[in-house]
Design a protein around this ligand. Sequence first.
Ligand code: ZN
Length: 80
Amino acid sequence: MIALSPYLAALLLAAAVAVTWAARLWPARPTPAAARTEPEAVVWLACHTTRCAHLTTRHDETPDGLVCRSCGTVNGGAAA
Ligand SMILES: [Zn+2]
């Protein structure tokens, strides 16, 4: 068994206390705001092509209309 001198034991204890105390005082990392992965002009719309099988898919608003992201078909009227 390793015999620690009382001074070394006290030093190790003080070091452990200092580390936990510093960790507690360290400012918590602020949680980032929810990352926005979708642009504003995304519309969920049913796409009736065989590829999309009438499923609701994301559509981007374009001057030509709502374009399906999966198959590129223009669905719906032109955006205002
Ligand atoms: Zn589609």
